[in-house]
Design a protein around this ligand. Sequence first.
Ligand SMILES: [Zn+2]
Length: 255
Amino acid sequence: MSAWVYFFLTAVIFVIVYFRLYLFLTPKNRLTILMYHQIEKDSQEELTISPENLEKQFSYLRRQHYNSLFFRDVGKICRKKILITFDDGYENNAKYLAPLLQKYNLKATIFIPTKFIREGYQSYKMMNFVQIRDLDRNVIDIALHSHNHHNFKTSAIEFIRNDLKENMDILEKEKISYSKVLAYPYGGYPKNRQKKAELDLLLKNLGIEFAVRIGNKINYFPTKEPYELCRIDIKGNESLLKFKLKLIFGRLKLF
Ligand SMILES: [Zn+2]
């Protein structure tokens, strides 16, 4: 075999493995999780998508027959499983998200950091607890995003324990039902093996079923790493073509 053929084959195998394209061979094990933040017209912020762009993406997911699920149904055996997630609880989610989900028959999960709801976050308008309670629960589920929204990568286990308990206690006090699924604030968790094992045990003891990071990869499901599910970061200004490519590759850059 010539060196070029050898190089080409190696590159093809690398791409198949790196982007997890082999999961197309077992489509029922392919789980895509999308991550969004804000929905607002005319925003230049990277994490804010316009209602028009979001509608184009939702319409595409519907046309392509994606199975949009809540985390509690993620074990369902079907093709094209997708979980749509929003972080932080911005007020614009209450305004725009539910009508779009209803229109395209999709479901989404909003991860709530309770301190942001109580005390606000920078100059952003956040939902209040009444708005969260009033969300259409047929299309929106609520889940955990810590209380303080501190990065767990650098937090002590004891701090994380109290923080997550507070997150859950406040939602319960406010009579907001939620799924025991956590989105790590800033996607961060300890890289040190021992500390990560301690965190995994803590999450298990708290009854948390899944935790999501960022990672920009498609997941194999059922997973052996329920506390490291990857999400795909959808940026506000991306074209529909980029969105379609992200649904295939998870990420558009090599590193
Ligand atoms: Zn967040």
